[in-house]
Design a protein around this ligand. Structure first.
Ligand code: SF4
Length: 239
């Protein structure tokens, strides 16, 4: 049975998939997003080692709170960096009738990564930017993994929620949003496309780790500024 490295748990997550959810934050991420609010998840040697059965024990304990619509979300870090572990966890949840969501920024496909994706009921795909050069500028890596997961879920008609964090002055121009619409428009199982407001709550962690975020001086994105961009995305996706 696979073991994995866990950063932490959130017991009553309301933002990471439908209903109330147990969120399992997996340790380790190959990207280095300038606005990451969990830079303490990056190091794949950090966190705490756990077996599938140990994680399932936590999940079962919180299950009464999931209600009819909730479930478990695998987040991170990048959960697909521990694909074998996630595949086993998702399969164990499926055997117990627990809904699973995979909150990922994408990962290059191989048979194990595909198994992990396919084992989850929903994929929440965080698209950093819909232009490869801007994606690399933000994340310090190319976007192949993101495209792989987008294409794979489209081929399998697997339900996806698309998300993009909007940062003032970085990706808040109409052309940024329209590029995102072009990239995701044809996905046959897209259920949602949501813009999320950049916030500065992660900056404290950057400072604690002795790191300097490129967005250290960037103000949060206001709800008032985000709303017309969400409307633009919604309108563009209806065309
Ligand atoms: S993909 Fe997520 S966890 Fe990884 S660096 Fe980017 S924001 Fe942070």
């Amino acid at each position: 049975m696979a073991t994995g490295r866990i950063h932490s748990y959130e017991t009553l997550g309301g933002l990471d998939g439908p209903g109330l959810r147990t969120v399992v934050f997996l340790q380790g991420c190959p990207l280095r997003c300038g606005y990451c609010h969990n830079p303490d998840t990056w190091d794949c040697r950090g966190g705490t080692e756990a077996t599938v059965e140990e994680v399932m024990g936590r999940i079962r304990r919180y299950r009464p709170y999931h209600g009819r619509d909730g479930g478990v979300t695998f987040s991170g870090g990048e959960p697909l960096a521990q694909a074998a572990f996630v595949a086993e966890l998702a399969a164990a949840c499926a055997r117990e009738g627990i809904h699973t969501a995979l909150d990922t920024a994408g990962y290059p496909l191989d048979p194990t990564v595909e198994r992990a994706i396919d084992a989850c009921d929903l994929v929440i795909l965080d698209i950093k930017h819909a232009r490869p050069e801007r994606f690399r500028e933000l994340a310090g890596a190319d976007w192949r993994g993101m495209l792989d997961v987008l294409a794979h879920t489209a081929r399998r008609r697997q339900p996806v929620w698309i998300r993009q964090v909007v940062v003032p002055g970085w990706n808040d121009r109409p052309e940024d949003i329209l590029a995102l619409a072009d990239l995701i428009r044809d996905h046959p199982a897209r259920q949602r496309a949501e813009l999320l407001a950049y916030h500065t709550m992660g900056q404290r962690k950057w400072r604690q780790l002795g790191l300097l975020s490129p967005f250290a001086q960037t103000p949060p994105m206001s709800a008032a500024a985000l709303a017309p961009l969400q409307q633009l995305l919604d309108d563009a996706l209806r065309q």
